[in-house]
Design a protein around this ligand. Structure first.
Ligand SMILES: *[C@@H]1O[C@H](CO)[C@@H](O)[C@H](O)[C@H]1NC(C)=O
Ligand SMILES: *[C@@H]1O[C@H](CO)[C@@H](O)[C@H](O)[C@H]1NC(C)=O
Ligand SMILES: *[C@@H]1O[C@H](CO)[C@@H](O)[C@H](O)[C@H]1NC(C)=O
Ligand SMILES: *[C@@H]1O[C@H](CO)[C@@H](O)[C@H](O)[C@H]1NC(C)=O
Length: 418
């Protein structure tokens, strides 16, 4: 399967600039690859043991808020990237904009500018997009307006944001929400603001979007601790708001696909159900602990750090592969790998991988255009079970289907090699 995808992407290599594996990453600490290292902020992951399992840095911290790779790292690798998009704020990265891509994500940031104020430094989504505008200027300078447009059109834009907005909403100490709006109003507000930001990216030429919904934060150690939720259960109030938000977001992306498609694709990644499934059936996935963080203890302030010896360090679990949560907020790499695989391949309990690929790429067709709505969560996968469950069935399938629609010539090539 990886091989199929690999071949698929090779075929799109253009003589000069190929953006087949280029990803521009936007979001919060779930996907921050080190931007916050360059900020004055309380939201930092630049000291051990963060990154302890991150091979490219030989276990040194990179600013990723987990022990290893993030979901976007893993997805990028599977889609053929041979390195990770570097953080925008690091020195001398701008030329990566025409190759691997750039990561704009920032820990503690949210959809709303005011989100994360408590942490001081962070780059809110709107500013992340302004930073992309800067990169776009570089791309235009490097390859000219026409090529730049073509290049950006093919690159992937992944957006993983909203968690901190929700967390802040449930923290009464946050100034901007002291006059609390109702959950419904808040959900609508987030969706409309995120939409505005996506439209801004679209105006800048982005066409391939993967928008990750908010996960079941009612189950993370931090929320369970501040809301005094007992072992083995999650905050219903928090998860209900998130489910409603995700539902609205998904509907909105569906609408965007209708009004902006077929030239643009907005894929909704259902991280909620995937994480929920892991939490509910954790043993089945090889996890032993879903309640507490691997690093940093079970109670506030939860800090995960490494001192000179064991006595001056926070606690760390022995087997990081057995924990769903790395710290009080973030999943372990082990959990990220499972989520990324589900994003890429679909859920094997609903659908087998080979049929997904076939159904979605039209592998057996002769390259004729298929009338297919690009929204992954429904028409890209034909399995009604999966549709009901709302699983973002297969990123590979969706992206392949999109490429198929747009790259008839390349599809002919593919047949020639088959
Ligand atoms: C990408 O960015 C890194 C810094 O992270 C820099 O050293 C490298 O030269 C850049 N590579 C390309 C191909 O632009
Ligand atoms: C969206 O957010 C931006 C920046 O946070 C703000 O200026 C704007 O008023 C918001 N708009 C909507 C519709 O929420
Ligand atoms: C750590 O603390 C224990 C008990 O307080 C002590 O016996 C031990 O020597 C300490 N270890 C180090 C490396 O300081
Ligand atoms: C491709 O397949 C379709 C439907 O099976 C057929 O109508 C069409 O003629 C074929 N096109 C080519 C170029 O073979």
């Amino acid at each position: 399967m990886t091989i199929v995808i690999f071949i698929f992407h090779m075929l799109y290599v253009l003589p000069i600039y190929s953006s087949a594996a280029t990803t521009f990453v936007f979001g919060d600490s779930l996907v921050d690859a080190g931007n916050n290292n360059f900020l004055f902020t309380l939201s930092k992951a630049d000291s051990p043991p963060y990154g302890i399992d991150f091979k490219p840095s030989h276990g040194k911290p990179t600013g990723r808020f987990t022990n290893g790779r993030t979901i976007s790292d893993i997805v990028g690798e599977a889609l053929g990237a041979n390195s990770f998009p570097p953080p925008y704020l690091a020195p001398n990265v701008e030329s990566n904009a025409t190759h691997i891509g750039i990561n704009y994500a920032s820990g503690a940031s949210g959809i709303l500018d005011a989100t994360g104020t408590l942490f001081i430094g962070r780059v809110p989504l709107s500013e992340q997009i302004s930073n992309f505008e800067e990169s776009r200027r570089y791309i235009v300078k490097a390859m000219g307006e026409k090529n730049a447009k073509r290049f950006i059109k093919k690159a992937m834009f992944s957006v993983t944001i909203g968690s901190n907005d929700v967390i802040n909403y449930f923290q009464p100490s946050i100034p901007f929400l002291s006059e609390k709006v109702s959950p419904t109003t808040f959900e609508d507000f987030l969706v409309s603001n995120l939409t505005m930001n996506l439209q801004r990216l679209h105006k800048l030429g982005a066409r391939k979007f993967v928008v990750v919904g908010v996960g079941p934060l009612g189950c993370i150690p931090f929320i369970r601790a501040i809301r005094l939720i007992s072992k083995g259960t999650c905050s219903v109030e928090v998860n209900t708001l998130i489910r409603n938000y995700n539902k609205k977001l998904k509907a909105e992306l569906h609408r965007l696909n209708k009004v902006m498609g077929p030239k643009a694709i907005f894929i909704y990644a259902n991280s909620y159900d995937v994480f929920r499934a892991i939490i509910l059936n954790h043993k089945q996935y090889g996890f032993e602990n879903v309640d507490g963080p691997c690093c940093g203890g079970y109670f506030p302030p939860f800090v995960c750090y490494k001192g000179k010896n064991a006595n001056t360090s926070s606690t760390m679990c022995d087997d990081r592969g057995k924990y769903v949560f790395w710290d009080a907020y973030h999943p372990t790499e082990a959990a990220n790998v499972i989520v990324a695989k589900k994003f890429l391949n679909g859920d094997p309990s609903f659908l087998t991988t080979s049929t997904t690929i076939e159904a979605n790429t039209g592998h057996r067709t002769n390259g004729t255009r298929r009338k297919q709505s690009p929204l992954c969560s429904s028409p890209c996968n034909k399995n009604s079970n999966a549709q009901t469950n709302g699983f973002y069935e297969s990123l590979n399938g969706c992206i392949s289907a999109l490429e198929k629609l747009k790259e008839v010539d390349a599809a002919k090539h593919m047949e020639a090699t088959e």
